[in-house]
Design a protein. Sequence first.
Length: 66
Amino acid sequence: MKLSALLQSTLYRLVKDVQGQDLIEYALMAGFVAVTAGAIMPGVASSISTIFSQISSVMTAAASQS
């Protein structure tokens, strides 16, 4: 078999082979979620910190009034 025919048949099989496609799609989706979460988390983390600080202040004030 000639090298070009071998390469052509190999490329044809790779294009037609869909086995493992789901795994690649899940990996890409997980990567996308990770990048998005990394971009969003700094803002979310500071918001959560602010909320917990406010709750702590309210609880401290309530405890001192009793």
